[in-house]
Each structure stands twice: as C-alpha cells, then as structure tokens.
Design a protein around this ligand. Structure first.
Ligand code: CMP
Length: 131
C-alpha cells in the first residue's frame, strides 16, 4: 500500500472545478484518506517546492500557488504514486493526454491544475508539510 500527496491548485478552486477533480480520484480504486482546503503561506510553498528553487519558473510558481486556496489530499492504495501521476497527465497540459486532468483542465505549465508526489520519499516529505 502506498500513499501520495495531491494538491488541487488555485486555478481549479478559482473556477469552481474542485468537486469535478475530486470525483476523478474518487472513481478509481484509490482511497481519499485525508482532505483539507488551505491558503498556502510563502513558507509552506517554498518548503514544498524547494527542489525547484534555482529554476527560472520558481518565482512564478510560488506566486501562483500562494495566490489562492489549494485542496490538499492524501490518496492511498496500490501503486498510488504511479496511478495518480497517470491520472494527472504530463506536467505540460499541451503534452498531457486529453483525458487526463491536466489535459482536460490545465491552462499552462504553471497553472497546471494539480500536483502529485513523484516518489515514496517525496510523498512522505510532502505529506508532512501539508498535514
Ligand atoms: P508540479 O507537479 O506541482 O511540480 C512542479 C511544478 O513546476 C509543476 O507542477 C509545474 O507547475 C511547474 N513547472 C514545471 N516546469 C515548468 C516550466 N518549464 N515552466 C513553468 N512551470 C513549470
């Protein structure tokens, strides 16, 4: 059994699409073990995205994720990390499968609707940041 951290990002909550996205995860065999809405502080955003600190898009990324509310979820189940990454689609909505969440709802590489952990180590680190 595995768990992963999902963030439903401000572009989704602003467009009142949060329920639609939660339903996508709910309809799988995975289990939503925890859920909360939070407006991230800069501190929490910087902790979460520490690995991107030197990237050219970092400032824009922090500005975006802190501009409104985020819905954080812990999703658990067999291969939860890989399964959720598949459901979310490619980071770039233009490259994502049209049926994936980012393919369907993503606006740009920054405003790409959802985040999920990319490994067991990052899922435990990220869960401890948000929960
Ligand atoms: P996320 O899964 O939250 O993890 C890191 C985020 O950085 C990613 O989604 C994107 O929102 C953002 N990102 C990654 N690459 C780029 C890029 N080339 N330009 C802008 N934002 C990016």
């Amino acid at each position: 059994m595995e768990r992963t951290l999902v963030l439903i990002k401000p572009d989704v909550l602003e467009r009142k699409l949060m329920g639609e996205i939660i339903s996508v995860y709910e309809k799988t065999n995975l289990h939503i073990a925890a859920i909360k809405i939070i407006k991230p502080t800069e501190q929490i955003a910087e902790k979460h995205y520490i690995e991107h600190k030197e990237k050219p898009f970092y400032v824009e990324l922090i500005r975006y994720i802190t501009r409104g509310e985020v819905c954080a979820l812990i999703i658990e189940g067999e291969n939860a990390i890989t399964e959720v990454r598949k459901i979310n689609g490619d980071t770039d909505p233009e490259k994502a499968e049209p049926a994936s969440i980012r393919g369907k709802y993503g606006i740009s590489k920054t405003e790409n609707s959802v985040h999920s952990s990319d490994s067991k180590e990052s899922s435990e680190r990220e869960i401890s940041i948000w929960f």
